[in-house]
Ligand binder design. Structure first.
Ligand code: GCW
Length: 666
C-alpha cells in the first residue's frame, strides 16, 4: 500500500473518453532513455485511465491500419529550443515532435494533461517552447531527514545520514518532470555535518544512482556545497580561494566526483550569508570565490550557482542608515562582468526575504554581464507555512512582468531570466521546494498548486495564474466545471487575503522570531536582522528614499523616481519605501490607519468566503482531501483573526486613532 497520493498524476479511470483510441499504439524509433520514459509514461496513463495496454512499435507504417490510432514520438531538428515540443493530430495519428528527448517527454505529459481534462485530441495542434532554460527546485533537506523551513513532513531524499532512493523518490521525479523541472538540488544550502561529505567517495554510489534516475526524466542533479569543505573535511587550515593548496584540493575532489558522476550538474553555493563560510573571511570577493570553483568544474561542463542572499545579520536596530534591502545590490553590482561563464548568480525575487509583498530585486536589469536565476520560495515560510492556502503564482507573475527599463524592449524580469535580454543560456528560475514525506507531498493539498504552478510558469511564462490554477485543478480533481471554478476562485483570492490580514503595504515581517509563524508585530523590531517597520505614534514605514537609506536609487529610471516619490510609489509598496503618517490619505480617500484596519477585517472575511466556497463543493472531491483542506481552512480563519486583532490593536494603541466603523479593536 502506497502511503502517499500522486497529486496531479493520480489518474482517474475514464473509460468513456473517446480519444483513448489514439493510445492503441505508440510508435518510436528513438532509443534515448528519456524517450523510453516518455513511452512508459504514456503506457501508464493509458493503463490507469482506460485499462489499455498500448502496442509499442518502431514500425512507422502498417498496411492494415495506416497511420490510424497511434501516437508517434519523433525527433525533429526544426524545434531548436531545448525542451520545446509540438503536438499535432492528423489523419488519426498524433505526433509529438521535439528537437531533443526531454521535449518528447514534456510533450507526452502535455498530452496526458489534456486527456486528464477530457479535452479532445482530434484536430489538436499545440506548441510550447520553454521560456526558462533552467527550471530548478532547491530542496532545503538535511541529511538527518529534517527540512529547513519544511512544512510537509520529513525529507524523502535523506534519512539518518543516508540517501534514500525508492518508489517515493521516483514518483517525486515523475511529478517534477511532468511540469518541466530540469534541475534539482537535493540538499540544503546551509551545508554542514554529513552534507559536507556528499562530495566525498562515501556517497558516490547513491548519488550516481540518484543522478541516473533523475536523468531518465530529463532532470540534472545538483548539490549544495560547503565553501569551507577543505577545512571541515579536515584536510587544510584555510579555504582561501586564492591559496594554491585550496585550489588543488578542489581540483582533485572535483575530478574524482565528476569522473564517477559525469552527469552531475554542478553546485549551489550559499557563501558569506547567515554564518555560512565564504570568500570574505580571506578578504576575497564573491567573484574570486565563485570563479575558483567554476574553474575546477569547467572541464566537466559543471555550473556554479552562487546565491546573492548576502547581508549583515548582526545589524543594530538603532542604526537607520544600514539597509538590508540594499545589501545584495551593494555586494554584487560592482562585480558585474567579473564572473566566469559557468557561474550563475541566483537572486531572490525581492531585496529582503520572501515576504508576502516586496519590490523586485534591483539586481534584475542592472546586472548586464552576469548569468542570472530568479529564486522564489514555494515553501511558504512567510506566507502561511502551508497551513494557510496562499497560491503564489499571481505573485510570481507580477515579478516576471516587472519592467526594469534596462532596454527599450525585452526589459522585463521574464525576458532577463529567460536569456532574451542579454542573450544568455545559463539562466532561469529556481524555487525553494514545498515538498516532504506527507501523504499529499505539500502538507496543504492546495499547496500542490504552487509546485505544479511553478514548473508550468517557468516553462511557459505567458500562462496566466488562472490558467495554471485551472489546469492543476482539473488534472488533480477531474474536469468538473463547478469544482474548477470554486477551487480556482479560492486560489486566486488567497494571496491577496493573506496579505490583507498579515502585514500590509510591503512592510513585511511582524512574525514570531525563529519559526516565522504567527503575528508578533515587534518580534524582529529590536533584533539584529535588519527587518524593521519603524512604527511610532505618528506613523509607520522604512524611509528608503534619498532622505533615508537611498535604496530607491538602486533602481533604473524611471523606477527609481517612481519609488522615490510618495505620490507615484505603488501603494502596495508604500511602507516598504517610505515612512508615512497614519493620517496620510490613500488613493481610496481612506487614511493609512483606516486602510490598515479595513484590510485586516477584510482579510478575515475573505477567509470566511473561501470556507464557504470550499463547503459548496463537498462531495465533488475525495472526502479525505476535502476534510484535510477544511481543517486547515478552519485553522487559517482562527489564525487570521489572531493576526487581525494583534495588528489592529497594536496600531490602535500606537496611534490612538479609532476605527471609523467602530469595530472591536482591543
Ligand atoms: O528565509 C531565510 C530562512 C533560512 C534560509 C535563508 C536562505 C536556508 O529563514 O532558513 O536558510 O533564508 O535563503 O538561505
Amino acid at each position: 500500500m502506497m502511503d502517499y497520493n500522486l497529486a496531479w498524476l493520480s489518474y482517474r479511470n475514464i473509460p468513456w473518453y473517446e480519444d483513448r483510441k489514439f493510445f492503441q499504439t505508440i510508435v518510436t524509433r528513438e532509443k534515448h532513455v528519456v524517450i523510453k520514459t516518455a513511452v512508459a509514461e504514456l503506457c501508464r496513463a493509458a493503463e490507469e485511465m482506460f485499462g489499455m495496454q498500448p502496442e509499442i512499435t518502431d514500425r512507422q507504417e502498417r498496411k492494415d491500419n495506416f497511420g490510424k490510432n497511434r501516437i508517434c514520438l519523433v525527433m525533429d531538428a526544426g524545434i531548436s529550443v531545448a525542451g520545446g515540443y509540438r503536438i499535432e493530430e492528423y489523419g488519426g495519428q498524433i505526433s509529438i515532435f521535439s528537437g531533443d528527448a526531454s521535449g518528447i517527454l514534456y510533450g507526452a505529459y502535455a498530452l496526458v494533461r489534456r486527456v486528464q481534462r477530457e479535452l479532445p485530441l482530434t484536430g489538436l495542434k499545440l506548441q510550447e517552447l520553454p521560456d526558462m532554460p533552467l527550471r530548478m527546485l532547491n530542496h532545503w533537506d538535511n541529511m538527518d531527514g529534517s527540512i529547513e523551513r519544511g512544512y510537509a513532513g520529513s525529507s524523502f531524499f535523506f534519512k539518518e545520514g543516508e540517501i534514500l532512493l525508492n518508489d517515493r523518490t521516483r514518483d517525486y521525479i515523475r511529478l517534477a518532470a511532468s511540469v518541466g523541472i530540469n534541475g534539482v538540488v537535493i540538499n540544503n544550502v546551509n551545508v554542514s555535518g554529513d552534507a559536507t561529505r556528499l562530495i566525498t567517495d562515501e556517497y558516490e554510489l547513491s548519488l550516481k544512482r540518484m543522478a541516473a534516475e533523475l536523468e531518465a526524466y530529463g532532470i540534472t542533479l545538483y548539490l549544495s556545497l560547503n565553501f569551507a569543505a577543505p577545512i571541515e573535511l579536515g584536510d587544510l587550515d584555510t579555504a582561501d580561494p586564492e591559496a594554491e593548496e585550496v585550489q588543488s584540493w578542489w581540483k582533485e575532489k572535483m575530478a574524482r566526483l565528476f569522473q564517477r558522476i559525469p552527469n552531475l550538474g554542478g553546485f549551489l553555493v550559499k557563501a558569506d550569508s547567515e554564518g555560512r563560510p565564504g570568500p570574505f573571511t580571506y578578504g576575497r570577493t564573491h567573484a574570486q570565490g565563485a570563479n575558483m570553483l567554476a574553474d575546477m568544474i569547467k572541464p566537466y561542463g559543471g555550473l556554479i550557482i552562487w546565491r546573492c542572499f548576502v547581508y549583515n545579520c548582526t545589524q543594530d536596530w538603532r542604526d537607520k542608515k544600514t539597509d538590508r534591502a540594499r545589501s545584495a545590490y551593494d555586494n554584487f553590482m560592482p562585480l558585474d562582468g567579473q564572473f566566469a561563464e559557468n557561474v550563475i548568480l541566483q537572486i531572490k525575487n525581492g531585496p529582503m526575504d520572501f515576504q508576502v509583498r516586496e519590490p523586485v530585486s534591483p539586481l534584475f536589469g542592472s546586472l548586464e554581464k552576469t548569468n542570472q536565476i530568479l529564486e522564489v520560495q514555494i515553501a511558504q515560510e512567510y506566507t502561511g507555512q502551508q497551513k494557510h492556502v496562499c497560491y503564489l503564482i499571481p505573485m510570481f507573475k507580477e515579478i516576471l512582468d516587472f519592467h526594469t527599463y534596462c532596454r527599450k524592449t525585452k526589459d522585463k524580469v521574464s525576458d532577463i531570466v529567460s536569456g532574451r535580454t542579454f542573450l544568455q543560456t545559463e539562466c532561469g528560475m529556481a524555487a525553494v521546494a514545498n515538498t516532504g514525506s506527507d501523504r499529499n507531498w505539500t502538507g496543504h493539498d492546495l499547496a500542490a498548486a504552487n509546485w505544479f504552478g511553478f514548473g508550468r510558469l517557468a516553462f511557459s511564462a505567458s500562462l496566466t495564474a488562472e490558467e495554471i490554477a485551472e489546469e492543476w485543478c482539473e488534472c488533480t480533481f477531474g474536469p468538473d466545471r463547478e469544482t474548477t471554478a470554486a477551487v480556482t476562485r479560492i486560489l486566486m483570492m488567497s494571496w491577496p487575503a493573506y496579505e490583507k490580514y498579515t502585514s500590509v503595504l510591503g512592510i513585511g515581517w511582524m512574525v514570531n522570531p525563529g519559526n516565522h509563524y504567527g503575528p508578533n508585530v515587534d518580534g524582529y523590531e529590536y533584533d539584529r536582522w535588519g527587518t524593521y517597520h519603524r512604527a511610532d505614534h505618528r506613523g509607520i514605514g522604512v524611509e528608503r528614499g534619498r532622505a533615508g537609506t537611498g535604496y530607491t536609487s538602486t533602481y533604473l529610471e524611471p523606477n527609481a523616481a517612481m519609488y522615490e516619490n510618495i505620490a507615484s510609489c505603488p501603494e502596495e509598496l508604500l511602507l516598504f519605501f517610505h515612512y508615512i503618517p497614519y493620517d496620510y490619505k490613500m488613493k481610496s480617500g481612506k487614511t493609512l490607519i483606516q486602510h490598515i484596519y479595513d484590510t485586516h477585517f477584510e482579510g478575515v472575511e475573505d477567509v470566511e468566503k473561501m470556507i464557504g466556497i470550499w463547503e459548496g463543493i463537498r462531495g465533488k472531491i475525495p472526502e479525505e482531501i476535502f476534510r484535510r483542506v477544511k481543517e486547515r481552512l478552519n485553522h487559517q480563519r482562527e489564525h487570521a483573526e489572531e493576526w487581525r486583532d494583534q495588528v489592529n490593536t497594536y496600531f490602535y494603541r500606537k496611534s490612538f486613532i479609532a476605527d471609523e466603523k467602530g469595530r472591536k479593536i482591543y
